[in-house]
Design a protein around this ligand. Structure first.
Ligand SMILES: [Fe+2]
Length: 331
């Protein structure tokens, strides 16, 4: 799947030179623009949108015809995620892996507690109840084991308009996240269909729209790739990360059902460069409209990114805000 990264590199080589220069400041004699009208609140009625889908076979012989698909998925109007379908030999290891994720979550509490790492902002080992939902409440419904095996246990919750109770609003802060579509297991560990058609991945569009992202059918051989904020910075905003959350299942059919998933976070080394392309500013990277519609738990890039910082410092700035929202608001 390294070829997807090759494709992105080729796509950027073709698109970065076309990034327009920042708009020059108006002459000082220009009158100040009138204050913009207040924006409407973010939409709460979701749209649905199928993800951009790229067949695995087409990655074996990449061509320029894939560039429009990358632009559609990761550009300013995209969902920030695409699906690679028809991945050979994926179905069985996905099934085995996601069942193991459930077993990890069911280990004795003392065994899980021995792996908890507050010093890393819970980015190593077991983490549950350390992240915060939009209302500032701890996210007890999701348990994660880092590195990279994730396990979600749904519990009743009325948080944030019913959203984010399987995973609160956030933007991935690395470069690219690869993940498999979720597997649903009942309390006995048997696979069941998604018990609630409204449950799943939701994306907040840059115009405030709420979009339910639809995974292509045949999820057993699909890999998903979600763009992150580091790629957004490195490309000066050509590629755009999107805030997203996972809405939990409701109703009797959802009782005792857990949602298992697995993600691999691709990112620079901790001392890796986080500079912007020449001529771009952080305001170019994250436009004003997008900032206005960010969920409250997703802080702006401008509040976390600083000139000269490396990826480790950017990660620290991101985690320290994300895991301390409750404390900040209580102060
Ligand atoms: Fe994410």
């Amino acid at each position: 799947m390294a070829s997807l990264l090759d494709l992105l590199t080729g796509f950027l080589a073709a698109h970065l030179p076309t990034v327009p220069a920042p708009t020059p400041a108006p002459p000082s004699s220009c009158p100040s623009p009138a204050s913009p009208a207040p924006l409407p609140p973010p939409a709460t009625t979701p749209l649905t949108s199928a993800m951009v889908e790229i067949p695995y076979a087409s990655l074996l012989h990449p061509s320029s015809s894939l560039s429009p698909l990358l632009a559609s998925a990761y550009g300013p109007l995209g969902l920030g995620i695409l699906a690679v379908s028809g991945v050979p030999s994926l179905s069985r290891p996905r099934d085995e892996l996601l069942r193991l994720a459930r077993e990890v979550s069911l280990l004795p509490p003392a065994s899980l507690a021995a792996t908890v790492s507050p010093d890393s902002h819970f980015q190593v080992g077991w983490s549950r109840g350390n992240e915060v939902l939009q209302g500032g409440e701890p996210d007890w419904a999701k348990g994660s084991y880092y590195a990279n095996v994730l396990e979600d246990v749904p519990e009743p919750s009325d948080e944030e308009m019913g959203f984010g109770d399987w995973c609160g609003w956030h933007s991935d802060h690395g470069s690219l996240t690869g993940l498999v579509p979720a597997l649903y297991l009942d309390r006995d560990g048997n696979e069941v269909p998604n018990p609630d058609p409204d449950a799943g991945l939701y994306i907040r569009g840059r115009d405030g729209s709420l979009i339910k992202a639809v995974v292509p059918p045949g999820a057993r051989d699909v890999l998903l790739f979600q763009i992150g904020e580091t790629a957004q910075v490195h490309t000066g905003g050509v590629l755009q990360a999107t805030p997203h959350a996972v809405k939990g299942a409701r109703g009797r059919a959802a009782e005792g059902v857990s949602r298992e998933t697995f993600a691999v976070f691709m990112e620079p080394e901790f001392d890796g460069d986080m500079s912007l392309p020449e001529g771009r500013t952080i305001e170019d990277v994250q436009g004003g409209e997008a900032v206005k519609f960010l969920p409250p738990s997703v802080r702006t890039l401008g509040s976390r990114w600083k000139e000269g910082m490396d990826f480790g410092a950017f990660s620290e700035a991101t985690f320290s805000i994300f895991y301390n929202v409750v404390g900040e608001e209580e102060e």
